[in-house]
Design a protein. Structure first.
Lengths: 153, 147
């Protein structure tokens, strides 16, 4: 069994049975311990972030999901990005490249029960960034068009 | 979702242990039994409250590649383009957003070189440009949402 075999076997999900690692092991023709050890290694080195539930934001009542995008000076983003990412309500925070007609280089996803809650969160980010943010926008999601999880193989 | 469902979603976002009976261990912490927890998880998946239950892979570290793509699609053509884009197995998530750039999706491929190739195929198939916004740095991933 390679790591890739384990990824392929579980990217759609873990078997929901009392002994999921044993079930995977049987499917892959290896011992349960081998499956568990592989997962322990992949968790330790960061290839697996965790083994758990991936909630649907909408179903949990987070109806307002905003992708806030910020135009920060390139030399400031490395210092400010982690501080935005550390805010409790920010679920993902990335630096991405600018593009023509797209000046934003910092992305921070925020989630609220309504837009007022998201707007208050965006105001907190703006306060943290102060004058370093030259412009920002919030792109609210209207619909999930597809969500299959990452299929890497 | 009832109260127990909410407690389950909140607790299991943090992940289960790598032990022979991980659901039994998680159930104990929630004050329920293993069979109840497994049944509840199946129902949450069936209802769509959970999109998935399993390992969350970091595609970068697995050697795969992924990027965020954006398109500006006219409203009258949106459903057609959505159908084409979603049919690509490399498209992992796709969201409609309120902006001139109204379609945002994640492309995931096994090999970094395939990103540009798939992006090109999506442009040809839909007739619209695809902006590619690969991650340069990751500052934080993984909020626990209070359910």
């Amino acid at each position: 069994m390679t790591d890739l075999d384990l990824v392929r076997a579980t990217q759609a999900g873990l078997p929901l049975v009392p002994e999921p690692y044993a079930a995977l092991a049987a499917q892959l023709g290896v011992a349960e311990d081998e499956v568990m050890n592989r997962f322990r290694i992949m968790l330790a080195d960061g290839r697996v972030r965790r083994i758990g539930a991936v909630p649907n934001h909408y179903a949990l009542g987070y109806r307002a999901n905003g992708m806030s995008v910020w135009d920060l000076a390139d030399e400031a983003v490395g210092e400010l990005g982690p501080r935005v990412g550390a805010l409790a309500f920010v679920s993902h925070c990335y630096r991405r490249p600018r593009r023509p007609a797209w000046p934003y280089n910092l992305f921070a996803m925020v989630h609220g029960r309504d837009r007022a809650e998201v707007e208050a969160q965006v105001a907190q980010i703006a306060a943290l960034l102060g004058g370093a943010a030259r412009a920002h926008d919030v792109l609210y999601s209207r619909r999930i068009l597809k969500k299959t999880g990452l299929r890497v193989v | 979702m009832d109260d127990l469902d909410r407690r389950i979603v909140t607790a299991l976002q943090r992940g289960i242990a790598v032990v022979p009976r991980p659901f039994a261990a998680a159930a104990r912490d929630l004050g329920i039994d293993e069979a109840t927890l497994i049944l509840k998880l199946k129902n949450l998946l069936a209802q769509g409250a959970l999109t998935r239950f399993g390992p969350l892979f970091n595609a970068d570290r697995l050697g795969g590649a992924f990027t965020l793509c954006a398109m500006s699609v006219p409203a009258h053509d949106f459903e057609r383009v959505c159908g084409i884009v979603n049919a690509f197995r490399e498209v992992a998530h796709n969201y409609e957003r309120e902006h001139r750039l109204n379609m945002w999706f994640v492309l995931a491929t096994a090999d970094p070189a395939q990103i540009a190739e798939v992006r090109g195929r999506i442009e040809s198939a839909t007739g619209y440009p695809v902006i590619d916004l690969p991650k340069i740095d990751e500052y934080f991933v993984g909020l626990e949402l209070a359910a």
